[in-house]
Design a protein around this ligand. Structure first.
Ligand code: HEC
Ligand code: HEC
Length: 235
């Protein structure tokens, strides 16, 4: 599916790609990119639709496909750094089910086969401004998480002093650092493992490395269990 999206986007441009994947991402069938755009005002939203972000991160950045991250309500300057790092190939990550570095899925859609970015920094900034202004997704943890693992995850999070940078419940990060509460379970696990294993080394990941360096996979899973249940929309 992903390969088809990418191929279409390359060959015929985004308009057709969007109508082809429309049913898949929940867009009403027959709705063209331009129709979707006409209803919106924020230039960041328009770009989000046109640059195919919606295909993978979902409507309003909160209905991402597979294990891809929710991006709505994420910290503004963090968003911009990540988009640019992925486009520039500085953030790659561990391997996905297809045996490719995880961030390649996104880079493939945003960079031409000749290596030309399909998005400018200014456009990425407008998209980041818009995404940061949105309400985050409701938590959607796996149904089979064990209550005792969630409780153990909360304890580990405190013991490992994750709150120093991400806030007490992952919901009050330092400026430029990511919110981690309410993020998707699988995604949290992958990122913690990638940072621990130095497969993700972009940006400020180095500051986090010492805090995850000794964590075992089952401890990471427990922390992810807890974080994935936290509702950032509840105030
Ligand atoms: C073909 C699918 C795909 C497309 C299109 C795509 N992304 Fe992504 N995006 C991903 C994947 C997969 C990741 C996670 C990579 C990883 O696991 O390391 C990601 C990660 C991100 C992140 C980092 C999130 C975080 O919490 O660190 C941001 C921000 C982001 N994408 C924004 C965008 C924007 C904006 C666009 C459009 C300009 C876009 N993406 C287009 C698949 C996609
Ligand atoms: C010293 C500060 C610091 C500490 C402590 C820290 N982190 Fe991080 N964490 C970061 C930074 C900075 C990033 C983003 C790296 C970048 O710039 O790309 C990050 C990224 C993450 C991500 C990926 C977020 C995303 O959207 O991709 C997760 C999940 C995470 N941290 C969880 C944790 C957990 C759990 C702990 C405790 C075991 C922890 N962090 C401790 C600084 C920290």
């Amino acid at each position: 599916m992903k390969r088809t999206i990418r191929h279409l986007a390359r060959v015929v441009g985004f308009g057709l790609a969007l109508s082809a994947i429309g049913p898949f991402v929940g867009l009403p069938t027959g709705l063209s990119a331009d129709h979707a755009v006409a209803k919106t005002k924020h230039p960041g939203k328009r770009l989000y639709m046109r640059r195919t972000c919606v295909a993978c991160h979902g409507r309003n950045g909160k209905r991402a496909i597979q294990d891809y991250p929710n991006v709505a309500g994420q910290e503004k300057s963090y968003l911009l750094r990540q988009i640019m790092d992925i486009v520039e190939g500085k953030r790659t990550g561990g391997l996905n089910a297809q045996g490719k570095p995880r961030a390649e899925a996104m880079r493939g859609a945003l960079v031409t086969p000749e290596g030309q970015p399909r998005i400018t920094r200014e456009e990425a900034k407008q998209i980041s401004d818009w995404l940061a202004s949105l309400e985050p997704a409701k938590p959607n943890p796996p149904k089979d998480l064990k209550p005792e693992d969630i409780a153990a995850g909360e304890k580990l999070y405190k013991k490992k002093r994750c709150q120093t940078c991400h806030g007490k419940k992952g919901d009050k990060p330092l400026k430029g650092y990511p919110y981690v509460a309410g993020q998707k379970y699988e995604y949290i696990i992958h990122q913690m493992q990638d940072i621990r294993d130095k497969k993700r080394t972009n940006g400020k990941t180095k500051t986090m490395f010492n805090f995850v360096r000794k964590l075992k996979d089952d401890e990471i899973a427990k922390i992810a269990a807890w974080l994935s249940t936290i509702d950032r929309t509840a105030k």
